[in-house]
Design a protein around this ligand. Structure first.
Ligand SMILES: [Zn+2]
Length: 433
């Protein structure tokens, strides 16, 4: 049985907390009218530290009862066709699925040819991993040379191994692979490679992330080869500056080529088109508490609304999801049809844009709420933006965290650091919900 709170293994989904009420369920701890935890009951039943953890779990007002989901179809409903295709793909995986992969995006990506070929080999699962070799050489050890804990396959070393997870997490992208545990590396690369997939605001940023992915994967494979040849591997701390520099130099040379070809490249914040609003959101997260802020600007670049709220959160992705959810809730109330939401949390934006159920459980109810709003206003767009084009929201969240701010930030209170993108006029008449 899944534990009630996955990170607190001592707290199972069922527990006896009182001899007088032996059959208390988790739902009994929730106030059904306000959709919030019954704090006084929690305090009565659990130690303070447990109550603090439980309060970080977000309860969605759009509670969905548990239901069966057919994971082989995007809609979640079963069909004979999808069952047939699943059966085929398990037997003739490469031959069948090859057609559905965005190959064109791979071959036209701004990547070194060596990296393109390497990604192609990963996608086709033709790298000589230990799991692969052991089919022909049963005496060979199958454990991953990097973590020595699980069998080495392409899915393991490039998405599940603790080594690649840490490398992405401590990199400039601060990207968590943790919630893609159920993905194959092929599906994950398809998600990242998809052009106009809505995840990245421009192909330039998508290409920049792809360069990082290719450089990291290549470095991981090289490091793994050192171990299999009996040589000492490069430690994570030593590897990070090497791969960061490599990714930067690869990217700079790709940018130079693009500039030579006369392309305009900008990673600064840009105004939305006429008639549209752009909502940038960000959070400040420290020790389980977060400020979740969003700032709305019109096509002049003028600020027309600013808001921040404090939350108990499990991690920064959850806090970022709170900020986007709050923004959606406001934009819906204000009846704004043309809205572009931007955040610098790639994980959250991927979850929102991906159809498959995602497994980052702390954010899951919030992402569901966001998708629910989005289904009402289908013209909305949710895009990733680099940190340097999200500075207004970033600065607002930091300011709000220090002041423990909850609610609208009126035009006279907006900190000066939020005007870094200089729209004109700086502030326009505020939107009212
Ligand atoms: Zn491993």
């Amino acid at each position: 049985m899944d534990p009630f709170y996955p990170l607190l293994q001592t707290l199972p989904s069922w527990f006896i907390c009182s001899l007088f009420i032996p059959h208390l369920l988790v739902r009994d701890l929730i106030d059904p009218t306000s959709f919030s935890w019954n704090i006084s009951l929690l305090a009565e039943l659990f130690p303070v530290v447990v109550v603090k953890e439980i309060r970080k779990i977000h309860i969605s007002p759009f509670f969905k009862p548990k239901s069966l989901f057919w994971s082989s179809s995007k809609s979640g409903t079963f069909s004979t066709k999808s069952a047939y295709l699943t059966d085929c793909s398990s037997r003739i995986d490469n031959a069948f699925n090859a057609n559905t992969f965005p190959w064109k995006s791979l071959w036209t990506a701004k990547l070194h040819n060596r990296h393109k070929l390497f990604l192609w080999r990963i996608i086709h699962n033709i790298l000589p991993t230990r799991s692969k070799l052991s089919i022909f050489l049963p005496s060979i050890p199958t454990q991953c040379p990097l973590c020595d804990s699980l069998p080495e396959s392409v899915d393991h070393i490039f998405i599940n191994c603790v080594f690649i997870k840490q490398l992405f997490f401590i990199s400039n992208w601060n990207f968590s692979l943790e919630s893609f545990n159920n993905y194959t590396i092929k599906d994950w690369l398809a998600l990242i490679l998809k052009k106009n997939g809505g995840v990245f605001p421009s192909n330039i940023i998508r290409e920049k992330f792809l360069v990082t992915v290719a450089v990291f994967f290549y470095a991981i494979w090289t490091n793994r080869n050192l171990i299999t040849h009996g040589l000492p591997p490069v430690s994570l701390q030593d590897l990070l500056p090497i791969v960061t520099n490599k990714a930067t130099s690869h990217w700079t040379s790709q940018l130079a080529c693009a500039l030579k070809a006369g392309k305009h490249i900008s990673q600064q914040w840009s105004k939305p088109p006429v008639g549209w609003y752009k909502i940038n959101s960000d959070c400040s997260f420290i020790n389980g508490t977060a400020s979740a802020a969003f700032i709305i600007r019109n096509f002049n670049g003028s600020i027309v609304y600013a808001h921040s709220s404090m939350y108990h959160c499990h991690d920064s992705t959850m806090a970022e999801s709170f900020a986007i959810r709050d923004a959606c809730s406001f934009i819906k109330r204000a009846n704004i049809k043309n809205a572009i939401f931007e955040a610098d949390c790639l994980n959250a934006i991927l979850y929102i844009n991906d159809d498959t159920p995602q497994s980052h459980w702390p954010s899951s109810p919030l992402i569901d709420e966001i998708k629910r709003y989005w289904s009402l206003w289908p013209k909305w767009k949710f895009k990733f933006c680099p940190r340097n084009s999200n500075l207004s929201a970033h600065n607002l969240a930091r300011w709000a965290f220090n002041l423990n701010w909850n609610g609208v930030v009126s035009s006279s209170f907006i900190p000066i650091s939020c005007f870094c993108d200089i729209g004109y006029p700086l502030v326009d008449s505020f939107i009212h919900d």
